[in-house]
Design a protein around this ligand. Structure first.
Ligand code: PMP
Length: 274
């Protein structure tokens, strides 16, 4: 079953207007929420980020956050999903095509769930990544439907047989195409600050909390390509890939080609939250 605004429908009953602004302009925002054992992980944080993303693009959500949360929980139940994800997006709705905000359109919410196993092989063995220029706009803090910059970067990684593209603006590493990036040097953990140049990941924040609880030094400051390539360990985080070690960047082998010890400690603590 699919959630379309406040209605639960079969997939073939759902229709989206060809002038929906999400479809024509990417004018909308979204979230991806993990389901573990039939329960939603960090639901409140995702709902809050959706609220903020909508606010930042001056879009009104079709109903209250409490109703949204209730409907998403119903959706998971109705589909009887145990391990998977919820995808929820809200667009500015349908209106005759013009760039500026339409008057009187109502936002359109679509949510669906799908089964998706934890990528345990990647989490345990690590992945290879490539480095590419961050060509995205300057509001990456908004989880917007405009994903072409990320799509093109991810494809570059895929063409090389790699899992992810790590992005840099000039010499500074921002994040991955769909992940946040962390490096470890001399036991200290570094990640880009949560400003307009990255998405403030829900997994990122869980990791930072764990790292501080475990008394690691945590540095939310930009680091360079050189520092990335010289890191003792690297890992990437997201709702779907959790904490995934990076063992190679293009030709550079990291941490001897294996998940590093600090990464493994953080992974172990993260697992306890699931
Ligand atoms: N950065 C970008 C660009 C992303 O698309 C994502 C995944 N949505 C993340 C970071 C990770 O965020 P989260 O941990 O909330 O999934």
């Amino acid at each position: 079953m699919i959630l379309l605004n406040e209605r639960f429908l079969e997939r073939d009953e759902v229709t989206i207007d060809i002038e929906d602004r999400g479809y024509q302009f990417g004018d909308g925002v979204y979230e991806v929420i993990r389901i573990y054992n039939g329960a939603c992980f960090a639901m409140d944080a995702h709902i809050e980020r959706l609220r903020r993303s909508a606010e930042q693009i001056e879009m009104i959500l079709p109903y209250t956050l409490t109703e949204l949360e209730e409907n998403l929980l119903k959706l998971v139940e109705k589909n009887n999903i145990k391990t998977g994800i919820i995808y929820v997006q809200v667009t500015r709705g349908a209106a005759p095509r013009a760039h500026h905000f339409p008057e009187g359109s109502s936002s359109v919410l679509v949510a669906y769930v799908q089964s998706l196993d934890r990528p345990l092989t990647k989490i345990r063995n690590g992945v290879k990544v490539t480095l590419t220029e961050d060509i995205r706009w300057k509001r990456c803090d908004i989880k917007s439907l405009n994903l072409l910059g990320s799509v093109l970067a991810k494809q570059k990684a895929k063409n090389k047989g790699f899992e992810e593209a790590i992005l840099h603006r000039d010499e500074v590493i921002t994040e991955g195409s769909s992940t946040n990036v962390f490096i470890i040097k001399d036991q200290a953990i570094y990640t880009h600050p949560a400003n307009n140049l990255i998405l403030n990941g829900i997994t990122r924040n869980k990791v930072l909390k764990i790292a501080r609880e475990k008394k690691f030094q945590v540095v939310e400051e930009p680091f360079t390509i050189k520092e990335l390539l010289n890191a003792d360990e690297i890992f990437i985080t997201s709702t779907t890939i959790e904490i995934t070690p990076v063992i190679e960047i293009d030709q550079t082998v990291i941490a001897g080609g294996q998940p590093g010890p600090v990464t493994c400690i953080l992974q172990k603590e993260f697992d306890k939250l699931l």
